[in-house]
Ligand binder design. Sequence first.
Ligand code: FES
Length: 132
Amino acid sequence: MYSNKIMEIFKSPTNAGAMRESDAIGTVYSSVCSDVMKFFIVVDADTKVITSAKFQVFGCVAAFAVGSITAKMMEGKTVDEVLEIQGEDILKEVGELPHEKVYLTDLAKQTIEDAIADYQRKQARLAKNTVE
Ligand code: FES
């Protein structure tokens, strides 16, 4: 049912696991299935480049592979650049996905957006505290 690439990522994923000290966390619950995707990111304060990204997924093999690939795609990109990642870009990296699982790439995109929104909220709070 799954491609070799997806099975290989599932067996030895990159960027898996929670991060103790992240700058932001994004979490999205799927309304389609029961999958939950979570990204942790570390952002360089000066360059706004995501220096490290990790993922956690509660879901199926495909969700796990999509989480792993997306976290990897985020690393080395700026906060603005990751917001340009589209579901199709993620799908291109994943390769074949069963039709009913393609929505996972949108779930990953939404999770990126949630992580960046969390980052921006924290930055705004920090700026406010610095001014006061
Ligand atoms: S459990 Fe439905 S796509 Fe993962």
